[in-house]
Ligand binder design. Structure first.
Ligand SMILES: [Zn+2]
Length: 350
């Protein structure tokens, strides 16, 4: 095997408690094709190395990519982002382009628009262009809407349950969305806001929470059920930048309880909502640690849990060991993705 690209560092973090001193990662055809000790590496057409701490590329599980510059996100360490609501005529072509080798940005995956009740969130939100919400007025529309999204290649379906911003889908409609999405093999992510909305989402069988619920503390029995069934996209820092102290306290407490109950936490920032840096977000990372995740658990939530052969998420090289200081995740020296390597630590001709 000849690798297209080999990146070597001082230490490779493959996943919790899995470290390789003098580790390296090889990419071929845009995917992780090999990893191990650099000394054992197969031949490579190009190799780069540095006094670097390597980890899998970071995935932001909740963004609105139109508010960011994809090239900057990539240089900031994000190699994959999940767009959680945008008009399909804009975001789906971008998602397709993002898979092409020359694309200068992270791989973009999309959930399409938010499915909502007529007049419901986010159909009237200032930030959301026409088409960011699909308003469903009857059961008959549910199957067609979900089938259309599946045909467009979304990776999930998002429902808005924001009772503070307007009407929400009733339980029958919500259940129908969940059923239709599951028939297409798609997970459902809920935006739950307002008293009792997280419970409604749980009872309807949604798979993911687009945000850690922040309206209220979730009762313990519900947390246990959530942890068994759902993934939680963190998005804690949005409340800090909003100055919503109560919301932040609730979200951090809920995420901590969810985590302690064995729940699956995914790093997500809601990029585009307020002043969020284009790259890995130090504030979100610090709040994940504040919720009780250990340093390696935080890294796992950002990196698909571990390095995997066949992954398209590539590798990032940090200037310091993030296990010792999580802020090092923002000190990105190089990003190896597809078959190329970029960043301030890499000379163009290397
Ligand atoms: Zn969002």
């Amino acid at each position: 095997m000849t690798l297209d690209l080999l990146i070597e560092g001082t230490l490779l973090w493959c996943g919790p408690q899995e470290l390789i001193d003098g580790g390296a990662v090889g990419l071929s055809d845009g995917r992780v094709a090999w990893y191990g000790r650099a000394a054992d590496a197969p031949e490579a057409r190009r190799s780069v190395s540095g006094d670097w701490y390597l980890m899998p590329g970071v995935v932001d599980h909740h963004v609105h990519i139109a508010f960011a510059e994809p090239a900057r996100l990539l240089r900031g360490g994000l190699t994959r982002v999940h767009d959680l609501a945008w008009p399909v005529d804009q975001v789906m072509p971008l998602a397709e382009r993002s898979l092409l080798p020359g694309f200068d940005g992270p791989v973009v995956r999309s959930y399409g628009p938010m499915l909502t009740a007529p007049g419901g969130y986010c159909s009237r939100a200032e930030w959301a262009p026409e088409g960011t919400a699909w308003e469903l007025s009857g059961l008959g529309q549910v199957d067609a809407a979900v089938a259309r999204l599946a045909g467009l290649g979304v990776i999930g379906v998002k429902v808005a349950l924001n009772a503070e911003a307007g009407p929400t889908l009733d339980d029958l409609m919500l259940g129908a969305v969940v059923d239709a999405a599951h028939r297409h093999g798609l997970p459902v992510a809920a935006h739950a806001q307002g008293r009792g909305q997280a419970r409604r989402a749980l009872l309807a069988g949604v798979d993911e929470f687009a945000h850690t619920p922040w309206t209220e503390r979730i009762p313990e029995a519900e947390v246990a059920a959530l942890a068994r069934r759902c993934r939680m996209h963190s998005t804690l820092n949005i409340h800090a930048s909003d100055g919503n102290g109560e919301g932040l306290d609730n979200a951090v407490a809920n995420l901590g309880a969810f985590w302690r109950a064995g729940g699956d936490v995914r790093y997500g920032t809601d990029l585009g909502n307020g002043p969020i840096p284009e790259g890995v977000h130090a504030g979100e990372v610090a709040l994940l640690a504040g919720a009780g995740l250990g340093p390696e658990d935080v890294l796992a939530s950002m990196a698909g849990y571990r390095l995997r052969l066949g992954s398209r998420d590539g590798v990032i090289a940090l200037g310091a060991d993030p296990r010792e200081n999580l802020a090092a995740v923002t000190d990105v020296r190089a990003v190896a993705v597809q078959n190329r390597v970029i960043g301030p630590g890499v000379s163009p001709g290397a």
